[in-house]
Design a protein around this ligand. Structure first.
Ligand code: SF4
Ligand code: SF4
Length: 501
């Protein structure tokens, strides 16, 4: 017995007075929900396959379609909600691990929404970003202990390698394989136009994207897919991925069905084979081992590129970050438990890890207490939803933020959480050529650039309101934040006062 006896989660509502039977919905649905019955002359729907991606709704030329959540509900209660019951049925039928994608959807605290930003009034006046210069540029990497200048003002200090960002936001790791060629092209072109960086994830770098190298972070993960000298040389920085927020403690899995000729060549693995990256790096069991890999990567690239170490936000993250800062890494990227993914075991995604807000504040404080904060930059990721989240993250101690879910939303993602199926209707998390071509890279680039230009403007407005005119002055400035409805313990970890204080 499978789950077929469960009534479908969504219903297709077709207005037959409007429907012209053009069959656009049939062609657009990646899940084969719609069909035309020639004998009866009607459109039919197999609703059991619908994932509510809204593609057919958007494309129907006469607005004849609606997808609604079925009101034929299972008898649920506060303890056994509908999803929990369905998951039991599913596993009783399949005996398998539940797979999912995107970020943790559970109603756990979103601390960004419990933190409020300050604004200047009367003294320390606010700054009008339309009339006065505001600096959103940031540099990521180790900072020199002191800066010396020649009498004529020129710099006489050798700077460690830095990443230069025109705004404190970068595109987080998404591998070619988990997302499409056109999605990668959009991210690469947008990063170049915005003066920021995108990240290859663990999928290697497609030969067409080497030209975007100065705006590319190349990742080295436990599977070492697509890692070779030319790849390391191509990037502006190298990121060692130890963990990611959506699935801390486990490796990656790209199903063989997504490994076509192009992905296979880029990852340097046989076509059709599953790309499974192990949970640990088999050569890293201590900070000393990590140091060896950091130094090997620096050695391989002439000490010209910063090395990032990316970890998931987990218990004891501040001690872990302290070790990373001592490993020789230039940048620590911390990924909170709401971070997205193309595929993860549902139980891991929903139950493992901690919020980025608490992890970030704890790490920044620990590195300051130990006097090593300037040895590394901190990049925070894991569900940055708006410019306000970015501003709060910087005030909590981040140098910059990674975004990924917000970026794929800008590309058209409807957050259906079925990326693992490989049938993304919007051409993002898929390798099916007919679906990939639905995402036009030029349009994707324009939308990503528009999103981050808007965020940049909002960041300037928020900073101006605080009477601050540079990201540098905002970084770690927790006096600009107040908590609302938080316990003493939460406030103490965040290092902020309660609203009203
Ligand atoms: S796309 Fe709209 S009009 Fe065309 S067949 Fe489907 S429901 Fe009917
Ligand atoms: S899966 Fe998407 S395209 Fe297909 S019927 Fe459902 S909402 Fe429409």
């Amino acid at each position: 017995m499978g789950i077929d006896f469960i009534y479908p989660e969504f219903e297709v509502v077709r207005n037959n007075d409007r429907c012209t039977k053009c069959r656009v919905c049939e062609r657009q649905c990646a899940n084969e929900v719609h069909a035309y019955d020639a004998d009866l002359g009607v459109m039919t729907s197999d609703e059991s396959k619908c994932v509510d991606c809204q593609r057919c709704v958007s494309m129907c030329p006469v607005r004849a379609l609606k997808i609604v959540r079925s009101d034929c509900a299972l008898r649920a209660n506060a303890n056994w909600d509908q999803d929990t019951v369905k998951e039991i049925y599913k596993q009783a039928g399949s005996g398998g691990v539940l797979l999912s994608s995107m970020g943790n959807p559970k109603p756990l605290p979103v601390y960004w929404d419990r933190i409020l930003i300050n604004a200047s009034q009367v003294t320390n006046p606010s700054i009008d970003p339309l009339r006065e210069p505001m600096e959103t540029k940031v540099f990521l990497g180790k900072k020199p202990v002191a800066v010396k200048r020649e009498p004529d003002g020129t710099l006489n200090t050798e700077l460690p390698p830095q990443l230069e960002l025109d705004l404190p936001v970068m595109f987080s790791a998404m591998s070619y394989g988990s997302i499409s060629y056109n999605a990668h092209a959009s991210l690469a072109m947008a990063a170049e136009k915005l003066g920021t960086y995108y990240n290859t994830g663990e999928g290697g770098l497609h030969e067409d994207f080497y030209r975007y190298g100065p705006h590319t972070i190349v990742q080295v993960a436990s599977g070492r897919f697509g890692v070779h000298e030319k790849y390391l040389e191509a990037g502006a920085a190298i990121e060692i991925k130890i963990g990611q927020g959506a699935k801390p403690g486990i490796g990656g899995h790209l199903p063989g069905a997504k490994v076509g000729p192009d992905v296979s060549r880029t990852r340097m693995i046989p076509e059709g084979s599953d790309a499974i990256s192990p949970a640990p790096h088999h050569d890293i069991y201590s900070i000393e081992d990590l140091r060896q890999l950091v130094l090997s990567l620096k050695e391989a690239t002439g000490y010209a590129k910063p090395v990032i170490v990316k970890v998931a936000a987990v218990h004891n993250i501040s001690a872990i970050a302290s070790g990373i800062a001592r490993s020789g890494a230039d940048i620590i990227a911390i990924d909170g438990f709401r971070g997205g993914t193309g595929a993860a075991p549902t139980r891991i995604r929903d139950n493992v890890g901690i919020p980025i807000e608490l992890a970030l504040a704890a790490v920044d404080q620990r590195l300051r207490d130990e006097g090593i904060r300037n040895n590394v930059s901190i990049v925070a990721g894991g569900s940055m939803r708006s410019s306000a989240d970015v501003v709060k993250a910087i005030a909590l101690g981040a140098d910059a933020c990674y975004i990924a879910t917000a970026a794929v939303l800008a590309l058209g993602c409807h957050l259906r959480r079925t990326c693992q199926s490989g049938k993304c209707s919007w051409g993002i998390a898929t390798q099916r050529p007919d679906l990939v071509k639905r995402l036009d890279p030029d349009t994707g680039t324009k939308r990503l650039v528009a999103l981050l230009e808007a965020w940049k403007h909002e960041i300037k407005e928020l900073m101006g309101g605080m009477g601050i005119n540079s990201i540098e002055a905002l970084r770690g400035n927790r006096l600009m934040l107040r908590g609302i409805g938080l316990s003493e313990k939460e406030l103490s970890i965040l290092g902020i006062k309660h609203a009203g204080e």
